[in-house]
Design a protein around this ligand. Structure first.
Ligand code: HPA
Length: 271
């Protein structure tokens, strides 16, 4: 694994024309178009990157983009690798290991999620304050490479409190509605039953989705500071009658784009 990480990082270092970024952004469902706000963008399709899996789901085009946002150098992943696609946890989190090898210190993650919190509305943007890992496997299971991180990493501040505070300062300044909560990570690909949404709410979840948790675990292992956002694309619970479709999820994520774009660019500036 170490050899593969090095090979991919070396490939990217040689390909990148600008300076190496310290901030990486993972763009979730429907959020890919945010890359239009990256200046001097250099696109590298996943298919050209050695050892990178290929993203298979509609609505997730696969590119790494290097460029500038809010005056800072960034790298963005347009499309991520989901556990439900059949990748194992090492593949799902491989890009985060490559980021680590490239010297990335901050990871901004975004996703589409179903809301269980009764105060949430479709189109809300939720700052992730914490998560509950319900994936059947932890990405750190197996041999621990001490070069990459410690055997038993702490997850008590998996999402950097300073960044959470900054996000709310930005929201106040720009008069944006911003909510916060706990993200429940599930393997998918089924959306939840009504009883499952209810269960996730009772155990302390505010939103549920099929990604993010593996990448955030590895980013913490790698010593990165993490900021996470969920776009609430549908609502689940025992009183909700309509099941979400993938199209509705994508559409709602697109509708929330002005808020997510502003927040992500302002966060990059503030970091
Ligand atoms: N459940 C799981 N994943 C999701 C949902 C949901 O309701 N909405 C968007 N991603």
């Amino acid at each position: 694994m170490l050899e593969q990480i090095r090979q991919t990082a070396d490939f990217l270092s040689e390909r990148i024309t600008g300076k190496m970024p310290e901030i990486a952004i993972i763009l979730g469902t429907g959020l890919g178009p945010i890359v239009d706000y990256i200046e001097e963008a250099q696109y590298i399709p996943y298919a050209e990157i050695p050892n990178f899996p290929i993203s298979t789901v509609e609505g997730h085009s696969g590119n790494l983009i290097f460029g500038k946002m809010g005056g800072k150098r960034v790298m963005a992943m347009q499309g991520r690798f989901h556990y439900y696609e059949g990748y194992d946890m090492k593949q799902v989190t491989f890009p985060v290991r490559v980021m680590q090898a490239l010297g990335i210190k901050t990871l901004l993650v975004s996703n589409a999620a179903g809301g269980m919190n009764k105060d949430f509305k479709v189109g809300d943007v939720m700052v992730i304050t914490d998560h509950i890992n319900l994936f059947p496997e932890n990405p750190l299971r197996g041999h621990n490479y001490n070069e990459l991180g410690t055997r038993f990493p702490s997850m008590t501040e998996a999402y950097c409190q300073e960044y959470i505070d900054k996000a709310f300062e930005i929201a106040r300044r720009l008069d944006m509605r911003l909510v916060h909560g706990v993200y429940v990570g599930t393997p998918g690909p089924t959306f939840e039953t009504r009883a499952e949404y209810e269960y996730f709410r009772i155990i302390g979840g505010d939103a549920v989705g099929m990604s993010t948790v593996p990448e955030v675990i590895v980013a913490n292992h790698a010593g990165m500071k993490v900021f996470g956002l969920s776009v609430i694309t549908d609502l689940g619970g025992k009183d909700i009658k309509i099941a979400p479709s993938h199209e509705e999820v994508q559409q709602a994520a697109v509708t929330a784009q002005p808020t997510t774009v502003t927040l992500i660019t302002e966060m990059v500036k503030a970091i």
